[in-house]
Design a protein around this ligand. Structure first.
Ligand SMILES: O=C(O)c1cc(C(=O)O)c2c(n1)C(=O)C(=O)c1cc(C(=O)O)[nH]c1-2
Length: 250
């Protein structure tokens, strides 16, 4: 790597090249995509991913709190409203809960987070924590895995109804709504990052931040693989009970 700054086009290309490590390539995700996942595995994924979904607005609120730019704040605020909904019964998190019901989970069990594995919790918490501590531009950059998200949502819409006819079709609403939202959010995030990272050093750092976020998503699926593929949930050598903690956030 050189020391002169990349042009915005080169830098954008370097960011997009990180898509090679997107969780779409994780074996757990590949199995879901190829129709090799059991009902229990799909349910485990949806219940665990709920923890990611429900933390996204907290993460975005942390970015807002650190951002002095009114125009950016106004646009960023939309992300929170999209997930939380303008009122009860609306929004992305509600759509995710409907997905949970469509795959046969009880809403109450998902909300209780009893299925959320410690590894998933740690990975998601690291993402929220980073957004709290980083500059708003760097935290905005950590959302850029969304550049690769439309493809992953589309692949589920294309493959799942065929592979998993037992899933209620209404559950797919979440993926459908994210197609457009992710494109718009990624475009906004990318403009912030290209504007902010003018030196080689800041560009390299941003690439590392994007790698951190890829690590978050990959680690989440690693935890699911251990529990739902390899039959090694936490403490499986001593008990079959789900004794792990349910979150100790104050
Ligand atoms: O289903 C997925 O694979 C996936 C991935 C990602 C991502 O790449 O971070 C997000 C989402 N979904 C998603 O639904 C979502 O709302 C979202 C917000 C963010 C973010 O970092 O701000 N990523 C993602």
């Amino acid at each position: 790597m050189g020391t002169t700054a990349m042009s915005p086009a080169e830098f954008e290309q370097a960011l997009r090249a990180k898509g090679a490590c997107y969780h779409i390539h994780h074996p757990f995700h590949r199995a879901m995509h190829e129709g090799r996942a059991s009902r229990e595995q799909i349910r485990g994924w949806v219940a665990n991913r709920y923890y990611y979904q429900r933390n996204i607005p907290t993460k975005d609120a942390a970015i807002l709190a650190n951002c002095p730019d009114r125009t950016v704040r106004r646009q960023w605020l939309r992300r929170i409203l999209e997930q939380d909904g303008a009122q009860e019964g609306e929004g992305g998190i509600e759509a995710w809960l409907r997905l949970a019901e469509a795959v046969g989970l009880e809403r109450g069990q998902v909300l209780s987070e009893e299925l959320v594995l410690p590894g998933v919790r740690f990975a998601v918490d690291a993402y929220v924590d980073f957004a709290r501590r980083a500059s708003w531009q760097e935290a905005a950059g950590s959302s850029l895995t969304e550049l690769f998200a439309p493809q992953i949502h589309q692949s589920r819409l294309d493959g799942w109804p065929r592979h998993y006819p037992w899933i209620e079709p209404g559950g797919y609403d979440y993926f459908r709504r994210r197609l457009g939202e992710a494109r718009r959010d990624a475009g906004h995030g990318l403009r912030i990052v290209l504007e902010h990272c003018r030196s080689r050093e800041s560009q390299e750092r941003m690439l590392e931040i994007l790698q951190f976020k890829l690590d978050v998503l990959w680690s989440l699926l690693d935890a699911l693989s251990m529990a739902y593929e390899l039959g090694r949930p936490p403490y499986h050598t001593v008990t079959a009970e789900r004794v792990w903690h349910r979150g100790i956030a104050p």
